[in-house]
Structure formats: C-alpha cells, structure tokens
Design a protein around this ligand. Structure first.
Ligand SMILES: Nc1ncnc2c1ncn2[C@@H]1O[C@H](COP(=O)(O)OP(=O)(O)O)[C@@H](O)[C@H]1O
Ligand SMILES: Nc1ccn([C@@H]2O[C@H](COP(=O)(O)OP(=O)(O)O)[C@@H](O)[C@H]2O)c(=O)n1
Length: 220
C-alpha cells in the first residue's frame, strides 16, 4: 500500500467542493484545507481596514502581517481571532475575486498552501490547486454543475441559515465571480489536463463522495 497522497478539488463557485472535500478528508483521516477561506480572510481585512482595492502594495503588506490558520473543526482564525462566520458575508463574497486576481497575493498564498500540503495526507479545494498549488497531486478532481443548480444550492443554504437570499441575484453574483476567476491572468480557474471532471448537477452528495473515494482507492 502506498503512503498518503494529495487530493486536489477545483471548480467554480458552489459546485460542492468544500462539502465533498470535508467528507473525503474525514473518510481518509486526511487534513482538509479550504484555500478559498484564505482569500476570503485577506478580503475581510482589506474591507475592515478600508484599503483601496487597487492598492496591490498595501494589500500585500497587509497579507504579510496576517497569520491565517485553518483548524480541523473548519474554523478560520486571523491572528488568533475567530473569523469563521465573518468571512462568508456578502460583502466579502462579492469582493474576493478582485483581491484574488492580484498576482503578488496569489504568489504568497500559493507558497503558504504548498507548505501545508508538503506532507501529503491532504484534501485541498480551490480554483488552482491542480494547476498550480499541487500540480503533482495524485488525484485531481474538477467539480462542475449548472449555474442554475449551483445558485439553488447556495440559496437553500442561505435560507436554512436564516440569511436573506434572492435566487436571481445569487445567480448573477456566481456568474460574475466565475467569470473573474476564469479570466484573470494569474492561475485562473481551469481544469488541469489530468483532472477528472465530475458534473454534480444531478448527483447527490453521497454519489459524488462515492465516486471520488473509488477514484482515490485506485491510487492508495
Ligand atoms: N451533489 C450535491 N447535491 C446537492 N447539494 C449539494 C451537492 N454538493 C454540495 N451541495 C450543497 O451545495 C452548497 C454549496 O456547496 P459548497 O460545498 O459550499 O460549494 P463550494 O465549496 O464549491 O463553493 C452547500 O449547501 C452544499 O450542501
Ligand atoms: N485557490 C483559490 C481559492 C479561492 N479563490 C478565490 O476565492 C474566492 C472564494 O472561494 P471559495 O471557495 O470560498 O468560494 P465559494 O465557491 O465557496 O463561494 C473565489 O471566488 C476565488 O476568487 C482563488 O482565487 N483561488
């Protein structure tokens, strides 16, 4: 039997990446790393400190002062302050792709993510994990679903959490974010050539989990 591997899960917004990545990690007793939470954390601080979005230099300096920690209870800490809920707010969601398009920010984030993945035994989700962060990951998954289905899933999630939600607005926001993430120059959202694409539009969470576990079982 082989040792522990790295599993990269990429795809557009609300395709189910984090849900599936957490379950896969739990099943294999691996560490789950949510790279979106890292970009969200920086965006949250940029908004809080009212830094201009085009001030790349200031944004990078801010990042260098931030210790962003992801623990295994899926909590996110910035310099020891719990920001798990704050980084999911609408304001952050609608500005994160702008911050994530700054090449110098990405270089630093990728460096941190590569350190986290150095010992394998990780499931990492994001946009550029299979293409840039862990290009030699043993398993690469690219999760997709129709934009309608993805908007409905986020909408239901919001309603369950008691957060006001407008389905049409959500769809527009998801489309905008996907466009920005796909069109940026620095490591855009893109399926790696050797990634396995799974369209989850009509699959249950359990279906997707089983499919990925079966792919993984051929590697370990
Ligand atoms: N295959 C699926 N079928 C139905 N709902 C799903 C499926 N996968 C994920 N979801 C739900 O869709 C929402 C978005 O999933 P999430 O994991 O947050 O996506 P991502 O990390 O790609 O943004 C969540 O509420 C999740 O429970
Ligand atoms: N590896 C990554 C992960 C996220 N991101 C950025 O961070 C944003 C938020 O990522 P996320 O995974 O938390 O987003 P959701 O799809 O869960 O809403 C994305 O829209 C990207 O702009 C990125 O550029 N690269």
């Amino acid at each position: 039997m082989m040792g522990k591997i790295a599993i990269a899960i990429d795809g557009p917004a609300a395709a189910g990446k984090s849900t599936i990545a957490k379950l896969v990690a739990q099943h294999l007793n691996y560490v789950y790393i949510d790279t979106g939470a890292m970009y969200r954390s920086l965006t949250y601080k940029v908004l809080q400190e009212q830094i201009e979005f085009n001030d790349d230099q200031k944004i990078l300096s801010l990042l260098m002062e931030l210790d962003i920690t992801l623990n295994q209870n899926f909590e996110v800490y910035i310099n020891n302050v719990n920001v798990t809920n704050e980084i999911r707010n609408n304001d952050v969601t609608n500005h994160v792709s702008q911050i994530a398009s700054i090449a110098a920010v990405r270089n630093e984030m990728v460096k941190r993510q590569q350190q986290l993945a150095a010992n394998r035994g990780v499931v990492m989700d994001g946009r550029d994990i299979g293409t840039r962060v862990i290009p030699d990951a043993e398993v690469k998954i690219f999760l997709v679903a129709s934009v309608e289905e993805r908007a409905i899933r986020r909408h239901d999630e919001n309603l369950k959490k008691g957060i006001p939600s407008d389905l049409e607005q959500l769809k527009i926001e998801i489309e905008n974010r996907d466009r920005m993430d796909s069109e940026r120059e620095s490591s855009p959202l893109k399926k790696a050539d050797d990634a396995i694409e799974i369209d989850t539009t009509s699959l249950s969470i359990e279906d997707v989990l089983q499919e990925i576990l079966s792919i993984v079982s051929q590697e370990v």
